[in-house]
Design a protein around this ligand. Structure first.
Ligand SMILES: Nc1ncnc2c1ncn2[C@@H]1O[C@H](COP(=O)(O)OP(=O)(O)O)[C@@H](O)[C@H]1O
Ligand SMILES: [Mg+2]
Length: 235
């Protein structure tokens, strides 16, 4: 594999569980790979939801030690394969040398040694938040943590943006929370949002992403838009 340019690394992080980190990581990784990029998805959560969600059991060994090549075309570092989180930044460098264009890291729902390793080792961080009543809870702490890391490790842990997830257009609270997030966060919130869509759960239970399972589902369009924004910025 030849490197085709700068390798970008993005961590999906929020110390809250159930906000859509894993779902976003999986769809971002698959979406970028559908755009022709060579992508490695790193499952940093010992619970291994991303590993199961992409059908990791169907992955095949490849040239890069520890990575599996998935039938859908991107690569997976399954949960629990890296023993020592302090070696993660070295591994990402090796992935860059091996020609990967993108590294997408799915962090656990707490800032433990794996959560820290994920955000410290990646250039950018997306913080998914559920568009529900307690959305802001813990968010300012998370953003302050990223600011601190960035000051110490120049060029790393830059906030790519907060991503509102599980947005329900028909639900007034969800719309109000979204409006509040936009007002409070200004340009720190991404333009993209992810709609709540039961087909997200269905796809995961089949070990597939929505790009495979339901290309026409509402949330599929949301994830395509997110991929576009991550690649090219705001429209
Ligand atoms: N857009 C969505 N619409 C409906 N359900 C979703 C959506 N995003 C995630 N989910 C479901 O919500 C749950 C938590 O999502 P997950 O991505 O695992 O969050 P986290 O990794 O932050 O804990 C999972 O069951 C997932 O399938
Ligand atoms: Mg998760």
């Amino acid at each position: 594999m030849q490197s085709r340019g700068i390798t970008r690394s993005v961590a999906l992080a929020n110390q809250k569980g159930g906000v859509g980190k894993t779902t976003t990581a999986i769809h971002l990784a698959h979406g970028l790979s559908l755009c022709g990029h060579r992508v490695a998805l790193l499952d940093l959560d010992p619970q291994g939801n991303a590993t199961v969600g992409v059908g990791g059991e169907n992955g095949l060994p490849c040239d890069f030690p520890q990575l599996l090549q998935l039938p859908s075309g991107f690569y997976l570092l399954p949960a629990n394969l890296v023993q020592d989180p302090t070696t993660l930044d070295r591994m990402i460098l090796q992935l860059a040398e091996a020609g990967f264009d993108w590294v997408v890291a799915d962090c656990p729902p707490r800032m433990d040694e794996w959560g820290w390793a994920g955000v410290r080792s990646c250039m950018q961080v997306i913080v998914p938040v559920q568009a529900e009543f307690f959305a802001m809870q813990g968010l300012s702490q998370m953003l302050a943590t990223l600011d601190r890391i960035q000051q110490h490790r120049h060029g790393f842990a830059e906030l790519l943006g907060v991503l509102p997830t599980m947005v329900t257009p028909s639900d007034q609270v969800s719309q109000e929370v979204l409006a509040d997030l936009r007002e409070n966060l200004g340009d720190r919130i991404l333009q993209s949002t992810v709609l709540r869509d039961p087909q997200v759960v269905e796809a995961a239970s089949h070990g597939q992403t929505l790009f495979q399972y339901k290309p026409q589902a509402p949330a599929t369009f949301c994830f395509s838009e997110l991929v576009r924004e991550v690649l090219h910025g705001r429209s």
